[in-house]
Design a protein around this ligand. Structure first.
Ligand code: 3PG
Ligand code: MG
Length: 399
């Protein structure tokens, strides 16, 4: 299935490897609050070390503008070292004399973690000179391994330009993500339920079109649902919605109708005047009650949650992308929690969860392992599901 060469297809022994990981993890006060992406990188890291490679690991963290220590990758070094039970060296700049000196001195089995690639604007500019500086850290016979699935939808120096300077192959996480998501989309166990939430409909149009083709039922939640409600002429008060996507929303609903794919929009919602903890909330049934002008829909209501839970129970597989409400605030997480309960209680469907906020919520609740597959990529998994090309995968050597 996976058409690109992987680390199994290339001799890594005694080589220096530039490994692109996605260690874009949440950090608070210099400490990592969620290490899921680091854990998921371990099979590749361990395989390479066990096969006598020396590793120069690079990643971005956040979206810094220039050097900004808030976005340092240093907090990753210690947990990574702890998980590997090996020391991890850290270079305070991803290119330049210090990185070159430490990289040159690396022996097989040793690990160097480089500072945030995005401290250099050249990274996001896909700059060739910067990519060559990174590639040169590996010395003669170096290899590039792409294992940062979460970032392969970006055409950056460490995903595209670098592949012009080194033999470039995939790591195991990248391979598993692409294979698992592709398989779930191309050969889903039926009935397939697609659960789509999150804020913006514009980001999800392409994936909705694909789900119309492959899913039996699509259920919508999150702020995105507000756009569908508004498109049907329901007053949504102050709720967030995409005013310029109303036609698009109606077209999606009618395309689903033509294809015979059930398209479920919430029938009720939890509303409040303010999006904050301990806000006064009430449930609104959209057909019979009306929203006040200062109401915000911040979660799906209990009827909608029950309806989706029933659909989950009838499904053999579920692909889930986007939360049903503002899960950061407990008052607006009940709809998502009801859906999660259905997804994780036996008999349960095989569920694939797209990365990003949905995965982040499951990680915070420590329930990732209750799901068949939780992607480490947000935008990347969405692009793959949508059928868009992934530049960081295309650039790798073919089998
Ligand atoms: C992510 O967290 O989605 C990836 O690490 C990519 O980050 P980006 O959206 O800032 O490019
Ligand atoms: Mg992102």
């Amino acid at each position: 299935m996976f058409t690109k060469q992987t680390i199994r297809d290339i001799d890594v022994t005694n080589k220096k490897i530039l490994l692109r990981a996605d260690y874009n993890v949440p950090v608070e006060d210099g400490r990592i609050t969620d290490d899921y992406r680091i854990q998921k990188s371990l099979p590749t890291v361990k395989y390479l070390l066990d096969h006598g490679a020396a590793l120069i690991i690079c990643s971005h963290l956040g979206r810094p503008e220039g050097v900004d220590k808030k976005f340092s990758l240093k907090p990753v070094a210690e947990p990574l070292s702890h998980m590997l039970k090996e020391p991890v060296e850290f270079a305070a700049d991803c290119v330049g004399p210090e990185a070159t000196q430490v990289a040159t001195g690396l022996s097989p089995g040793q690990v160097l973690l480089l500072e945030n690639l995005r401290f250099h604007a050249e990274e996001q500019a896909d700059d060739d000179g910067f990519a060559k500086q990174l590639a040169d850290l590996t010395g003669p016979d170096g290899i590039f391994v792409q294992d940062g699935f979460g970032v392969v939808h970006r055409a950056h120096a460490s995903t595209v330009a670098v592949t012009k300077h080194l033999p470039a192959v995939a790591g195991f996480l990248l391979e598993t993500e692409v294979d698992t998501i592709t398989e779930a989309m191309e050969h889903p166990a039926k009935p397939l339920l697609a659960l789509v939430g999150g804020a913006k409909i514009a980001d999800k149009i392409d994936v909705l079109k694909r789900f119309i083709d492959i899913a039996d039922t699509i259920a919508i939640g999150g702020a995105m649902a507000n756009t569908f409600l508004a498109a049907q002429g329901i007053a949504v008060g102050q709720s967030l919605y995409d005013k310029d996507q109303l036609d698009q929303a109606n077209q999606i609903v009618s395309a689903a109708g033509k294809k015979g794919t059930d398209f479920i929009i919430p029938s009720d919602g939890v509303v409040a005047h303010e999006m904050k903890a301990s806000a006064k909330t009430r449930v609104v049934r959209f057909q019979s009650d009306s929203l006040k002008s200062n109401d915000n829909i911040l979660d799906i209501g209990p009827d909608s949650a029950k309806k989706i839970a029933d659909l989950v129970k009838a499904a053999k597989s579920v692909i889930w992308n986007g939360t049903m409400g503002v899960t950061e605030i407990k008052e607006f997480a009940a709809g998502t929690d009801t859906v999660i309960k259905a997804l994780t209680t036996d008999p349960k469907p095989r569920t694939l969860v797209g990365g990003g906020d949905t995965a982040g919520y499951l990680e915070n609740r420590h329930i990732v392992d209750k799901f068949a597959f939780v992607s480490t990529g947000g935008g990347a998994s969405l692009d793959l599901m949508s059928g868009r090309p992934l530049p960081g995968v295309e650039a790798l050597r073919s089998k």
